[in-house]
Design a protein around this ligand. Structure first.
Ligand SMILES: [Zn+2]
Length: 86
């Protein structure tokens, strides 16, 4: 969803909650199929019912720019599928 016109509006996923503005200390944003960027202190929209997340076009663009520049500090994150023991 573009712009930031979703704050205060009804959630388009569950149609029950409303989208509230929150500042997240760390938010993981997907920029390509296999690449993610962690943005810090970022304002996002969160549904107060189903907790769906909404990002403004400016936030997504910022994450994409960080990814493309490749100069941001990085953390390595192991990825593995959960398999129940026993
Ligand atoms: Zn919702």
């Amino acid at each position: 969803m573009a712009g930031d016109g979703f704050y205060g509006y009804r959630c388009e996923y569950c149609d029950a909650g409303h989208v509230r503005r929150e500042i997240r200390g760390r938010e993981i944003i997907r920029v390509t199929k296999t690449n993610y960027v962690i943005l810090e202190d970022v304002p996002i929209g969160v549904c107060d019912h189903c907790h769906a997340r909404y990002y403004t076009a400016a936030v997504i663009k910022h994450a994409e720019r960080l990814h493309e520049k490749g100069t941001a500090r990085k953390v390595q994150v192991p990825v593995g599928r959960y398999v129940a023991a026993g």
